[in-house]
Design a protein around this ligand. Structure first.
Ligand SMILES: [Zn+2]
Ligand SMILES: [Zn+2]
Length: 440
């Protein structure tokens, strides 16, 4: 087996003629570079802090699952399952799919680990990449990232209200301006079938003018027409009878209770009478958080209640409520001056001349062990000028200059980048001098 890898190689290596063309990231994917990573990490840190306040704990499920999980959990008629999944066979012929969303995998894990035995309400969140084969466009990639939450085990409207409060608190802490919580209902098994019929009857006369997707949805999943992004269809959908007119008494009561709890918690919201969301498993509460600045596709995120999903996947008849936020978009919405994503370096150590490298390594080590962020480029042949330019590019606060003279005398020169202020001192005073210069 040791050599099996080599025997798999089919392309012969041409002597002296290796193919060295540049390989780029696969279409629809992108690198998140170090210059932007601090904003990603900040979003994740705020999510973890805020969700912990409400007793939510992280779950990490695999990136791929059995294809059947998504076919059953999301619904065969949805765009996701019909045309957007990355599905492949492994070496034993099993059909696997890169997760296009994570509610079904979390529900699968909930069932598999019998979490319903452990607690009445299981509060879970996840952070990670999802995969959908969509036409790449600005702000939309085939590998994208979601922060999501699932509260499984109760259909009490208090769960909806508390989870929505948590969501809005999270977004508030990220200082994202002018957000609106739109609250809707997808009905339930009592009232949704009648609405579905009424919607089909209302849309059928317009069939010829609908987009291709909506004509297909009219057969497979007519409620999904309400989410259409094509402007002409959107105008039509804004006119159709809202599901609010068809809600049964139990659904109306549930919606009323969610609203009353939100009011009690001080969470502002508006009603969205046609917000049903297309996924088959939604039941009763649906919502979106919109921001006018995002334009036509103004929804920053959405979610809702999915009371039938766990049972559909072979688990106990428990209810769930959750949401997923597109992290890529969320990061773009952050205000530029948001505090909290500090990733600046404290010190660049600049050794000048070969004899300075050893002392520079020792100084860098002392600084790091006292908690400072330090970079040392071992390029003693570089000029002071080019070391300063490097420090500027790295946005370091200080440069520690160790030239031949400093090394000979056992001293240092510390330069503050903000104003060029420079101080010298004997080696043992380094940490104290840095601390003084940081605070005055
Ligand atoms: Zn359409
Ligand atoms: Zn109902």
């Amino acid at each position: 087996m040791l050599f099996s890898r080599a025997s798999d190689e089919t392309a012969p290596v041409r002597p002296g003629g290796r193919d060295t063309h540049m390989i780029e990231a696969a279409k629809g994917t992108r690198d998140i570079l170090p210059a932007e990573i601090a904003r990603w990490q900040l979003v994740e840190a705020r999510a973890r802090e805020t969700f912990a306040l409400f007793g939510f704990r992280e779950i990490r499920t695999p990136i791929f699952e059995a294809t059947e999980l998504f076919a059953r959990g999301i619904g065969e008629g949805t765009d996701i399952v019909a045309k957007e999944m990355y599905t492949f066979q492994d070496r034993k012929g099993r059909s696997l799919t890169l997760r296009p969303e994570n509610t079904a995998p979390v529900a699968r894990a909930y069932i598999q680990h019998q979490m319903h035995r452990g607690s009445d309400v299981e509060r879970l969140y996840y952070i990670g990449p999802m995969f959908r084969y969509e036409r790449p466009q600005k702000g939309r990639t085939r590998q994208f990232h979601q922060i999501g939450v699932e509260a499984i085990g109760s259909d009490n409207p208090a769960i909806d209200a508390e989870t929505l409060q948590m969501l809005m608190l999270f977004l508030e802490r990220l200082k994202i301006p002018s957000l609106t919580l739109q609250l809707g209902s997808a009905g339930d098994e009592t009232c949704r079938p009648a609405y579905r019929q009424a919607l089909v009857a209302e849309l059928t006369p317009h069939r010829a003018s609908l987009c291709d997707d909506c004509r297909r949805r009219l057969e497979t999943n007519p409620l999904r027409c309400l989410d259409c992004k094509v402007p002409a269809d959107q105008a039509l959908m804004a006119q159709v009878t809202p599901i609010f007119d068809h809600l049964c008494a139990a659904c109306r009561e549930h919606l009323g209770a969610v609203r009353a709890h939100l009011d009690r918690l001080g969470v502002r919201h508006v009603l969205a009478p046609r917000l049903v969301r297309g996924l088959d498993y939604y039941r009763r509460t649906t919502f979106e958080v919109t921001q006018p600045a995002l334009g036509a596709q103004s929804a920053l995120l959405g979610g809702g209640r999915y009371d039938g999903l766990v049972q559909e996947l072979g688990g106990p008849p428990v209810a769930g409520f959750g949401f997923a936020i597109g992290q890529d978009r969320l990061v773009l919405c952050l205000p530029p001056d948001l505090e909290g994503f500090e990733d600046r370096l404290d010190v660049v150590v600049a050794p000048l001349g070969g004899s300075a490298l050893g002392p520079a390594l020792s100084a860098a080590s002392r600084l790091r062990l006292s908690g400072k962020r330090v970079v040392l480029d071992p390029l003693p042949e570089k000029s002071l000028k080019s070391q300063m330019r490097r420090a500027h590019d790295l946005q370091a606060r200080f440069v520690l200059i160790l030239g031949e003279e400093e090394v000979k005398n056992g001293t240092f020169t510390l330069k503050r980048m903000a104003d060029g202020e420079q101080r010298r001192g004997p080696d043992p005073d380094l940490l104290r001098t840095l601390s003084e210069m940081s605070h005055d």
